[in-house]
Design a binder for this molecule. Structure first.
Ligand SMILES: NC(=O)c1ccc[n+]([C@@H]2O[C@H](COP(=O)([O-])OP(=O)(O)OC[C@H]3O[C@@H](n4cnc5c(N)ncnc54)[C@H](O)[C@@H]3O)[C@@H](O)[C@H]2O)c1
Length: 343
């Protein structure tokens, strides 16, 4: 099908590329023979540390640019076959600065689409989120691609984030209808893995749990620990991004979640076991003033549609993914990343 973009021999840009998902995907595309991968980022949140392992790669080019500036995007996307759009403000950043977040998550996406049009980029892969199902008491059960958005009872920043991703998705659909722009939307669930940052509320909890146990403190569990989380390992997402380019799929939005959901208590128990033991968890109520993302009950983010559309299924379970995250954190790169906490 025409929408398929092979990786080998083609050039790609990752917009918002100095990031958790961007750094993993750049490695994946380079390993599969991409002629060039352009990492485009204004370093609002991204860091040199996130891409240090790649920066001397002969087929990688780093471009400092801003999605709010058309000229930057037009230059960076010249002659490309595919663009992965990751640049975004997530919930915690949206909470601090909603207008910048809405600008980047909405106008930024439209600017990337316009640049793809101007330069004849064949396919856009857009990083959306399970935040498009919302948060709060309404989110429960099997979350499939046509599950509606729930906003009642959730923090405003989470709703602004989820709604901005819904708008981003619709801008992609609009571009497909208006000028035939091929695209695939991937709705990532909470990402974790090597080069983990402190900007995503749920993954932050994993890092905080590791840190507390390492300091000899008791890990904290909110409520009774039965709250569901559904994570996905960053390497699995890098593969999903690659497969979205390679597949013939277009004009589609699919979930990309890990093999199975977990509860916060199971997560804490698994981290404790992987660290070789530690204090028993302490059960506490909600922390005042902190944005926490809660759901109404047990849920699972279904990823079967991704298999049908792009041939992807998750491979790395929480035990293996956490083992890799802990190994990275214990290595030099992970320890140094602690210094960027304020980013
Ligand atoms: N991390 C998660 O748990 C998660 C879950 C679901 C969806 N997503 C989505 O996946 C994508 C990547 O997530 P991540 O965790 O790698 O994010 P990240 O915060 O590491 O990356 C976002 C990147 O965008 C860049 N950026 C921000 N504003 C920009 C601008 N104006 N111009 C150019 N670059 C800009 C930042 O500097 C950063 O490097 C995002 O779109 C996010 O919404 C992430």
């Amino acid at each position: 099908m025409a929408a398929s973009v092979p990786i080998a021999g083609n050039r790609f840009a990752i917009i918002g590329g100095a990031s958790l998902v961007g750094s993993a995907t750049a490695g994946e595309l380079l390993d599969h023979g991409a002629a060039e991968v352009v990492l485009f980022d204004n370093f609002a949140f991204g860091s040199d540390a996130a891409i240090a392992h790649l920066k001397d790669h002969p087929r990688l080019r780093l471009v400092r640019g801003d999605v709010m500036r058309m000229a930057d995007l037009l230059r960076a996307t010249e002659g490309l076959a595919g663009v992965l759009q990751l640049a975004a403000y997530m919930t915690l950043s949206m909470d601090r600065d909603p207008w910048s977040g809405l600008d980047v998550n909405i106008r930024g996406v439209q600017n990337v689409l316009e640049a793809c049009r101007a330069n004849g980029v064949r396919k856009l892969v857009f990083a959306s989120s399970n935040a498009t199902y919302g948060y709060g008491p309404g989110v429960a059960g099997e979350l499939v691609e046509d599950t509606p958005f729930h906003s009642a009872g959730a923090p405003p920043a989470a709703i602004l984030y989820g709604a901005s991703k819904i708008i981003g998705e619709q801008l992609c659909r609009d571009a497909y209808r208006k000028w035939g722009q091929d695209y695939v939307v991937l709705r990532y669930s909470t990402v974790y893995g090597e080069r983990q940052h402190y900007r995503a509320a749920n993954a932050l909890y994993i890092i905080e749990t590791i840190d507390r146990l390492r300091r000899g403190e008791a890990p904290q569990v909110f409520g009774d620990g039965s709250e569901t989380k559904h994570f996905v390992y960053v390497g699995d997402l890098a593969r999903a991004n690659r497969m979205a380019f390679e597949s013939g799929a277009t004009d589609v939005a699919v979930n990309t979640s890990g093999p199975a959901p977990t509860t916060t208590l199971e997560l804490v128990q698994l981290v404790t076991e992987l660290l070789g033991g530690g204090k028993a968890p302490e059960f506490i109520g909600a922390e005042p003033g902190k944005v926490r993302l809660t759901s109404g009950g047990a849920f699972r983010i279904a990823h079967e549609a991704a298999k049908a559309a792009i041939g992807w299924a998750p491979e790395v379970d929480m035990r293996e993914g956490l083992r890799r995250l802990i190994a990275w954190r214990d290595g030099n790169e992970g320890r140094n990343s602690n210094e960027e906490r304020g980013a």
